[in-house]
Design a protein around this ligand. Sequence first.
Ligand SMILES: NC(=O)C1=CN([C@@H]2O[C@H](COP(=O)(O)OP(=O)(O)OC[C@H]3O[C@@H](n4cnc5c(N)ncnc54)[C@H](OP(=O)(O)O)[C@@H]3O)[C@@H](O)[C@H]2O)C=CC1
Ligand SMILES: Nc1nc2c(ncn2[C@@H]2O[C@H](COP(=O)(O)O)[C@@H](O)[C@H]2O)c(=O)[nH]1
Ligand SMILES: [K+]
Length: 478
Amino acid sequence: MQFLDGATPPHDLTYDDVFMVPRSSSVASRYDVDLATDDGTGTTLPLVVANMTAIAGRRMAETVARRGGITVIPQDIPIPVVTDVVRWVKERHRVFDTPIELRPDQTVAEALSLIPKRAHKAAVVVQDGRPVGVVSERDCAEVDRFAQVSAVMNQDVVTVSEGTDPREVYDAIERAKAPLAVAVSDSGELVGVLTRLGALRATLYTPAVDPSGGLRIAAAVGVNGEVADRAAELLAAGVDCLVVDTAHGHQDRMVQALQAVRALSPDVPIAAGNVVSAEGTRALIEAGADIVKVGVGPGAMCTTRMMTGVGRPQFSAVHECAAAARELGKHVWADGGVRHPRDVALALAAGASSVMIGSWFAGTHESPGDLMLDADGRPFKVSFGMASARAVANRTSGESSYDRARKGLYEEGISSSRMYLDPDRPGVEDLIDQICSGVRSACTYAGATDLAQFHERALVGVQSAAGFHEGRPLEKSW
Ligand SMILES: NC(=O)C1=CN([C@@H]2O[C@H](COP(=O)(O)OP(=O)(O)OC[C@H]3O[C@@H](n4cnc5c(N)ncnc54)[C@H](OP(=O)(O)O)[C@@H]3O)[C@@H](O)[C@H]2O)C=CC1
Ligand SMILES: Nc1nc2c(ncn2[C@@H]2O[C@H](COP(=O)(O)O)[C@@H](O)[C@H]2O)c(=O)[nH]1
Ligand SMILES: [K+]
């Protein structure tokens, strides 16, 4: 990456401060761009879902890995639960989505409470392992809540066999004008579902899979307690990448934790953070990190900068840390503050191998929270920071009242924030589509066919607030 005219900016910059200038390009199509990462995580998209309880659950992990990214299960989740989640995610189908399953005798009320867990807004009715119908929200409108789903389900279902090419599934759905297709095994058992858009995506994305073909998943450990024991249990559970995570990553306790985790396995990719300086990056790489997590204070749920004055504008932090990591043959993830596809493109231009997203993905069907409606009927989910009073109270629930009260004083995050679902993009895959189109397009503007070339060729300028404002679309006339 170069700054325009070779200039060195006089102060640190964040995403809104910068723009990229188009360069002469021989890349004919945006589909010619390969977005795979080279940081050892095996992801085919540069996207990591942040280890936040309100965001990173099994459904998020499944959905994002099917499109090529990876999700980090938070450090606060008990090991038996993580083990279960990892097994479940690895058993998911690489092409077909996991539907909500209902028995024919379940009620419309139950269907309506479960269907919002799926962006495709339907559930499959299953008897003896075999699909017997599909029920959508529309089928349940103006029906007695205690009616059985067998009375309202649609039995005229597009059924395909497990091995059907997604392009053929697309055509079958299109021909039948159906909302989705249901896939079955040779013995007629339910395998999964695919919408028309899902079938299209299956032809465009490559899932992030481990050597045995299971979808990839990561998990976090903190720096306190029996770090190496938890990390060993996570590895035994089958996680593909470990993340050692604490607010102030450039501290002795992190170095010790990282050394202990690295000693467990020479091969597993380990990410660690957070830091925002070249010195911090080098310290974590020397202690065993393959990837350094960069970002102090940019997160949407984060109050660290307001509480402490500490942090660093994220574009400059990523740029400096990525350069330091690259000198040692290692990588960085840009963690936090991503609100638009352009931020992902700029983080990659600055040298990140992947970009971590938290709050933006909270407002999707796949985040773990329940869908709520505000007074105007707009759907949202509640998100909260991992250093918020709410998260600290959860994390310390096993400790004495005195210790909890002591820890509760250090609050550096929001406990309750409404993340609204975008009516046009309510699923995380809709956001991934948008991000990938933005990043693919940014690569062709730079004349790059992959992320290494993109980083090399990106030409970045510094803009005023008016320059940024000019780039925003106008919803009404001026
Ligand atoms: N990227 C960011 O800007 C930030 C991210 N977070 C996220 O919140 C989660 C919880 O992290 P964390 O609060 O570190 O909790 P942890 O449970 O990981 O504990 C942090 C440990 O570091 C010690 N410590 C020393 N200095 C600091 C400091 N300035 N801030 C925090 N701890 C310090 C604490 O001791 P003692 O409590 O005795 O001081 C404690 O032992 C993580 O997921 C983290 O990524 C949190 C804040 C900022
Ligand atoms: N200072 C705090 N930082 C937090 C907290 N919870 C999470 N985080 C950080 O934010 C990113 C995600 O950023 P986002 O803008 O995409 O939401 C996450 O990975 C953490 O590094 C918190 O309570 N306080
Ligand atoms: K912030």
